[in-house]
Design a protein around this ligand. Structure first.
Ligand code: S3P
Length: 171
């Protein structure tokens, strides 16, 4: 199976990089958050507000399992690594890539964001504390860690392709 799963904190660029990578490799692109929103007919913020975070996590888990049935590039939500069942599922995927960003980068990108319920009304210190509590999980579940701060999305895609020798032999 050709499963390329992108993980990382909110604002890491998983969706942007994932789309380019999928185009490059002629694989379908699956964005877990978009899939959940489409299937529920609700925005993530409304799912959190009306159904609660634990329901969102359940939907996220089911959507991950479905996505892992396919050959695809999969962009996950930043909290995918929180549950042990997701961590085990990721161990079975063949390419898990952690897009690692410095707090400075994601805090700038997330400033003014209204689409991510976990960071609303949070100070930069509180957002960084969420990141700090997760870094070991991102690192432990990844086959490759790409430090993205000084790279363009195209350069990140090249690094991933070169590391795993992906797309070789394709025209
Ligand atoms: C979350 C990250 C979000 C989304 C939800 C929860 C998290 O995805 O799944 O708001 O717990 O880090 P992005 O990482 O794509 O922003």
């Amino acid at each position: 199976m050709d499963q390329i799963v992108l993980t990382g904190f909110m604002g890491a660029g998983k969706s942007t990089v994932g789309k380019i990578l999928a185009d490059n490799l002629a694989l379908p692109f699956i964005d877990i958050d978009s899939e959940i929103q489409r299937e529920q007919g609700m925005l993530i913020t409304d799912i959190f507000a009306q159904l609660g975070e634990s329901k969102f996590r359940e939907l996220e888990h089911q959507t991950l399992l479905q996505a892992l049935q396919k050959n695809a590039v999969i962009a996950t939500g930043g909290g995918i690594i929180l549950s042990e069942t997701n961590q085990s599922a990721l161990k079975n995927a063949n390419h898990v890539i952690y897009l690692k960003t410095n707090p400075q980068t994601f805090l700038t990108r997330l400033s003014g964001d209204t689409s991510r319920p976990l960071i609303q009304e949070k100070s930069p210190q509180e957002i960084q504390a969420i990141f700090d509590s997760r870094t070991h999980l991102y690192e432990n579940t990844a086959h490759l860690i790409v430090e993205t701060d000084n790279l363009t999305p195209d350069q990140i895609v090249d690094k991933i392709k070169n590391h795993f020798q992906l797309g070789k032999g394709q025209s």
